[in-house]
Write a protein that binds this ligand. Structure first.
Ligand code: GLC
Length: 754
C-alpha cells in the first residue's frame, strides 16, 4: 500500500523532473545549433570583408570539366582562374584523386576558399539504383531514403560535395523523356519522395563526410513542356502550378535542401533563371529558403536565346536581381558582374547575399576546416561499390518492380520449372540496365542473364531481336527453344538511352517487331512472361494482351538481374505501384488520374468529355500494381477527428486473403465535392505500405487535416472551405471503397480564426 501511495506521490515528481531534463537537453541542442550558426556567420562575414569584388564574383562561377551535360561552351584557362580564386565550383569532377588535384589548385589562391564539387548523382553513384521513376514505384519512402543515403555515401567518398538531385518535377506527359528522373504524376506523392531524397542525401549533419548537399530541381514546372517537347515553353496559371506542380519543390525546401536549380523553361513568360517571382518572392521570401540557387547548364547565357536579354551583361544583371546565386557553365557573371557592381547598376548587397549563401554551404560541409576532407582515396576504396551498397541496391530494386498482369498465376515460377526460354538482348545489357544519368560501374552490374544462369534451371537464351534496329533475329530458333521450355521470359522495352534529358519522343510505343515476337512466343502455348524495361510509361498493348504475365521492371541498375530473378521466383513478392498513368493510345497524352470533372464529365456517353475514336481509360491507372497474393478492403469508416487539427479519420480494413505474405500500398484519395474553383475528380492525399501474412488483417487509419482538404488560389493562398468531401481508400486510383464527410462551417470558422 505504502509503495503504491509513494508511487502516487512520486509519479508527478518524476514526470516534472523528466520534463525539465528533456527541456534542458532540447534547449542545449538548440542553443548549440544557434552557437554554430553564430560561429558560421562570424567566419563568413570576416572572410567576405577580405574579398575583392572579383573574388566575390568568382564564388558565383561554376565550371564544367571532363565532359559536358549541355551545349559546349568556352571555359577558357579555368585552371588559372581557379588558382587565382575566381572559380567557386566545378561540375563533373569526380574521384578522390581528381578532386584533391583541383582543390590543391584552389589552395594556391590568396584566400584559399575551397571549391565545391557537384555532379548528377541521380540514381546511385558507382552502385546503380533504379531510375527514379522506378524507385518511386516502390511507394516505400524508407527504401527511397536508403537509396539516396547510399548514393551520398559513395559520392562523398569520391570527393563529391553536392548532387544535382532530387529532380522533383511533376510530369503528366510521358513523351517527355525526363519523366524518368522524377517521381511521376502526383504532387502529394512527389512531395513525399522529395522529402525522403533530401533527407537521404543530406542526413542530419552536412559536416558528416557520408552526406552531401542536395539540389531540388528544376524550379519550376519543367515537367510541363508544351506537347512534351524537351526545353519547350511552359504555360500555366499560378493556381495550376500551385495545385499540381509546386508541392514537391516546397517539400524539398522544407526538408532542408541546401540548393535549388533553376529550370531551362520560361514560367509566366519569364525564363525561370531570371524569374524574380519564382526565385526571390516565392522561394527565398515566402518559403524562407536560405541555401543557394544554381542555374541549369548554360541557362543564364540562354536567356539571350529566350530573347529576354540582349547580351551577357543584361543576363547577368537580370540573374543577380532575380536571385540566381551561381551560374553553371556560361560566363555572364564572370564577364560582367564585377563591372555592373562597380558601375552601381547592381547593388553590392545582391552580390554579397549570393556569396554568403554559397560560402555558408561550404562552411557547413566543413571545407574551411579541411578542404580535402572528402578526397580520401582510402575511404573511397572502402566505401564505393561495397557489399553494403549492393545490398541496398537489391533491396530497393526488388521493391520497384510492378506486377501488371499474372493470368493463370504463371508467376512466381514454380520449382517444377526446369527450363526457361530467355528471350531479348536487353537481358544481357548492363549498359541499358544502368540507363541514363548513370554513374554506375557497369562491370559490376548483374544482368538478368547473369542472375538467371545462377538459378537451378536450364536457360535457353535467344537474342530475339536486334537491339538497335528491332529486326527480329532467327525467329524459328527462338520459337523452337520456347516450345522446349516450361516458361518463356521475354525482355522487351525501349533502350536505357531512350529516356532522360533530350529524350522527348513523339512515339512511345514499344517496337512493333518486339510485340510481334511476344505474340508469336505466346502463340506456341508456352506460358509467357513479359518483362517491360523502360524509363517512362510506354504503350505496348499487343505484347501485354498476348502475355500471360507482365512485370514492369523499369531500369533497375547494378542489381537488376538479381532483383528480377528474386521476383520471378517469388523470393520477393512484387509490391510496386505505378507512379504514373500508362496510356492506351498516344492520342490520350497527356493523361493523368487527377483530371477535372468539366461541365460534361468524362464518360463514353454522348455529349460527354471523350474522344470519337479512342476510349478515355488508360492501359494502367495511377497507383496500379498486383501481388502474388490477394488483398481485400472492407469496412471503410469516416470517424470524428480531435476537434483541433484532425477534422476526421478515415479507417479501412485490409486483409491478405491469399496464400503468400505480401505488401500492399493502401492509397487514400479525396474529392472536394463543391468548391470555389474546379477541383480534380480525386487526389492522392495519403498512402501507407503495409506487410500482411496470409489471413492477416490490418486497420489502416488516415488523419484528415487541412493538408488533405484545401487548395491553392491564384494568389498562392491555401484555402480550406467547409462542405462535403468524399474519401476513397483502396488499391489504386480506380479501385477503392468510399465514404462521405462534411466539414462544418463552425469548424471552418474556427480554422479561419487561427
Ligand atoms: C543538365 C540538366 C540538369 C543537370 C545539369 C548538370 O542540362 O538539365 O538536370 O543537373 O545539366 O549536368
Amino acid at each position: 500500500m505504502v509503495t503504491r501511495y509513494a508511487l502516487t506521490l512520486l509519479r508527478p515528481l518524476l514526470m516534472a523532473a523528466s520534463a525539465v531534463f528533456f527541456m534542458t537537453v532540447f534547449q542545449s541542442c538548440a542553443s548549440s545549433q544557434d552557437d554554430e550558426e553564430r560561429r558560421m556567420d562570424r567566419f563568413v562575414s570576416s572572410l567576405m570583408k577580405k574579398m575583392t569584388i572579383e573574388e566575390k564574383v568568382g564564388q558565383l562561377v561554376q565550371i564544367p570539366a571532363n565532359f559536358t551535360t549541355g551545349p559546349e561552351v568556352e571555359t577558357g584557362d579555368y585552371k588559372k582562374a581557379i588558382a587565382e580564386g575566381y572559380v567557386g565550383s566545378m561540375l563533373n569532377v569526380e574521384g578522390a584523386a581528381e578532386t584533391r588535384k583541383y582543390q590543391e589548385l584552389a589552395m594556391q589562391s590568396r584566400l584559399k576558399i575551397p571549391l565545391l564539387f557537384g555532379k548528377d548523382v541521380i540514381h546511385g553513384y558507382r552502385t546503380g539504383f533504379p531510375v527514379p521513376i522506378g524507385e518511386a514505384a516502390s511507394f516505400d519512402l524508407e527504401a527511397i531514403e536508403r537509396s539516396a543515403r547510399c548514393a551520398a555515401r559513395e559520392a562523398a567518398a569520391s570527393g563529391i560535395h553536392w548532387t544535382f538531385a532530387p529532380m522533383v518535377d511533376v510530369g503528366w506527359d510521358s513523351r517527355w523523356g525526363r519523366v524518368m528522373e522524377g517521381a511521376g504524376e502526383d504532387p502529394y506523392y512527389g512531395a513525399a519522395v522529395a522529402r525522403a531524397r533530401v533527407r537521404g542525401f543530406q542526413g542530419d549533419d552536412l559536416s558528416d563526410t557520408l552526406t552531401i548537399l542536395s539540389c531540388v530541381k528544376h524550379f519550376a514546372a519543367y515537367g510541363a513542356p508544351i506537347a512534351g517537347k524537351e526545353y519547350n515553353s511552359v504555360d500555366m496559371s499560378m493556381g495550376q502550378f500551385a495545385n499540381f506542380y509546386m508541392l514537391p519543390y516546397k517539400a524539398g525546401i522544407e526538408a532542408g535542401a541546401a540548393t535549388v536549380m533553376s529550370a531551362f523553361n520560361d514560367f509566366c513568360s519569364v525564363p525561370c533563371t531570371v524569374n524574380r517571382q519564382l526565385l526571390r518572392d516565392i522561394l527565398k521570401d515566402d518559403w524562407g529558403f536560405d541555401g543557394f540557387v544554381v542555374s541549369d547548364y548554360n541557362s543564364l547565357g540562354e536567356v539571350i536565346n529566350h530573347r529576354c536579354a540582349a547580351d551577357g551583361r543584361e543576363a547577368a544583371r537580370k540573374g543577380i536581381e532575380a536571385g540566381l546565386d551561381m551560374e553553371m557553365s556560361t560566363d555572364c557573371y564572370s564577364s560582367h558582374l564585377a563591372g555592373l557592381v562597380r558601375e552601381k547598376e547592381v547593388p553590392m548587397k545582391l552580390l554579397d547575399d549570393a556569396v554568403r549563401r554559397i560560402l555558408e554551404q561550404k562552411y557547413r560541409l566543413g571545407l574551411f576546416e579541411d578542404p580535402f576532407r572528402y578526397s580520401s582515396e582510402a575511404r573511397e576504396k572502402s566505401i564505393v561499390s561495397s557489399a553494403e551498397s549492393h545490398a541496398d541496391a537489391l533491396y530497393v530494386s526488388e521493391r520497384s518492380v510492378v506486377l501488371l498482369k499474372n493470368e493463370g498465376n504463371i508467376l512466381p515460377l514454380s520449382p517444377d520449372v526446369k527450363t526457361v526460354a530467355l528471350v531479348g538482348g536487353l537481358s544481357k545489357s548492363a549498359h541499358d540496365m544502368c540507363a541514363k544519368w548513370s554513374c554506375a560501374d557497369e562491370r559490376l552490374a548483374v544482368t538478368l542473364y547473369d542472375a538467371m544462369m545462377r538459378r537451378d534451371v536450364e536457360v535457353l537464351y535467344n537474342e530475339g531481336y536486334n537491339l538497335d534496329t528491332d529486326e527480329i533475329l532467327d525467329m524459328e530458333k527462338t520459337l523452337a527453344d520456347v516450345r522446349k521450355a516450361d516458361v518463356a521470359v521475354v525482355a522487351i522495352g525501349e533502350r536505357g538511352e531512350y529516356s532522360g534529358e533530350m529524350r522527348s519522343r513523339g512515339d512511345i510505343e514499344i517496337a512493333r517487331e518486339q510485340q510481334e515476337l511476344v505474340q508469336a512466343i505466346a502463340a506456341t502455348g508456352t506460358p509467357t512472361v513479359v518483362l517491360l524495361m523502360c524509363g517512362r510509361p510506354v504503350i505496348f498493348n499487343e505484347a501485354r494482351q498476348a502475355a500471360g504475365s507482365v512485370l514492369c521492371t523499369w531500369w533497375l541498375g547494378s542489381e537488376a538481374g538479381n532483383a528480377i530473378c528474386n521476383v520471378l521466383w517469388g523470393d520477393y513478392n512484387p509490391s510496386g505501384k505505378l507512379p504514373a498513368t500508362f496510356p492506351l493510345h498516344h492520342g490520350q497524352i497527356p493523361i493523368y488520374y487527377q483530371y477535372k470533372s468539366t461541365g460534361r464529365p468524362a464518360s463514353n456517353g454522348w455529349w460527354h468529355s471523350r474522344y470519337m475514336d479512342i476510349p478515355n481509360e488508360p492501359a494502367y491507372p495511377f497507383g496500379y500494381g498486383l501481388s502474388y497474393t490477394e488483398f481485400s478492403y472492407s469496412d471503410l469508416q469516416v470517424l470524428p477527428g480531435d476537434g483541433k487539427d484532425v477534422h476526421a479519420r478515415v479507417s479501412v480494413k485490409v486483409a491478405n486473403t491469399g496464400s503468400r505474405s505480401g505488401e500492399e500500398v493502401v492509397q487514400l484519395y479525396v474529392r472536394d465535392e463543391v468548391a470555389a474553383i474546379t477541383r480534380p475528380v480525386k487526389e492522392l492525399k495519403g498512402f501507407r505500405k503495409i506487410a500482411l501474412d496470409p489471413g492477416e488483417t490490418a486497420e489502416v487509419v488516415f488523419d484528415i487535416t487541412d493538408a488533405q482538404l484545401g487548395f491553392w488560389t491564384e494568389s498562392l493562398e491555401y484555402v480550406v472551405e467547409p462542405g462535403d468531401f468524399t474519401f476513397m481508400a483502396g488499391t489504386d486510383s480506380e479501385h477503392f471503397l468510399s465514404g462521405g464527410f462534411t466539414l462544418e462551417e463552425s469548424l471552418h470558422l474556427k480554422m479561419k480564426e487561427r
